[in-house]
Design a protein around this ligand. Structure first.
Ligand code: MG
Length: 281
């Protein structure tokens, strides 16, 4: 298997971490993206312990993702109201927490911080748009001070809106974590053409699959195991090759427990097969 495309998994650092790391190790994965622990889990002793666990399993953390208290993914309208740095009522405190997560990531030796920034308005004259630009710049500048990139998780906006946002933020350390399934789940456009359009900004990816909703954009699509949805994993990887992507292929499966471990294992098998076929043909 090509060393330039290490397969990884997205893992949450809660009380189930040891079990998840065992799975990652059993599957022979060398990378992971993690969801940052809550503030109560980021003191010096806890950071030391986390570092030891990842070092012991030889798993390299490639992106630390921010999650914020009060976020809910119950349905699309709730995501708009509660997720990321867009909602005004929580913006200042979440920006502060994102900076603290940047510091946490720095002490873990990680050079990228990821987040769902929230729904970026499709219209540049939307009253909230300049505010979102401002908060994105402030986070980018703070992370630049820690030698880090900021990876925006895709899904909630079209490729066009995302590209315009990148041009308007004007920060070199702003990048994309491309999640093809999210585009389907949120109904924000066909993922493969979108990947081609935003490709130059893509520095990390989620290998995740999903099925379109009956009414895309107003209701959720369904997240399914890798290879069973509408993404077309082979075409996704071929397109990554086409845009010159050489980073990790991080499997994200947003369920819990043994079912998650089983689906990640199947996902690893599928990716290894495709990587061999596509990059070594
Ligand atoms: Mg994702």
């Amino acid at each position: 298997m090509s060393e330039t495309h290490p397969i990884g998994a997205f893992i949450i650092c809660d009380q189930g971490l040891d079990l998840r790391l065992q799975t990652v190790q059993r599957l022979g994965l060398s990378t992971a993206q993690i969801l940052a622990p809550p503030a109560s889990g980021r003191n010096e002793t806890q950071i030391k312990e986390l570092k030891r666990k990842f070092a012991d399993t030889n798993v390299n953390i490639t992106v630390v993702f921010c999650g914020f208290p009060g976020e809910s993914y119950a349905d699309i309208p709730t995501v708009i109201q509660t997720v990321g740095l867009v909602p005004e009522a929580t913006r200042a405190e979440r920006l502060q927490e994102a900076k603290e997560i940047s510091d946490f990531a720095a002490s873990m030796g990680v050079d990228a911080v990821g987040l769902h920034i929230g729904f970026i308005p499709e219209e540049a004259d939307h009253p909230i748009y300049p505010q979102v630009l401002h908060v994105a710049r402030e986070l980018c500048d703070y992370c630049a001070g820690n030698g880090q990139r900021v990876h925006l998780e895709t899904g909630q906006e079209t490729a066009e809106a995302l590209l315009r946002f990148f041009n308007d933020v004007e920060r070199d350390n702003l990048a994309i974590n491309f999640d093809p399934a999210n585009m389907i789940l949120y109904g924000s456009g066909e993922p493969i053409p979108a990947l081609k359009r935003v490709g130059k900004h893509v520095k990390s990816v989620h290998c995740k699959d999903g099925k379109w909703a009956a009414n895309p954009g107003s209701e959720w699509g369904e997240e399914v195991p890798l290879g069973e949805g509408d993404v077309n994993m082979e075409l996704f990887l071929r397109t990554l090759k086409e845009i010159g992507y050489t980073g990790p292929l991080t499997i994200e499966r947003e369920i819990a427990g043994e079912d998650q471990a089983r689906d990640i294992e199947r996902g690893v098998r599928l990716l290894r097969h495709l990587v061999t076929q596509i990059w070594e043909e």
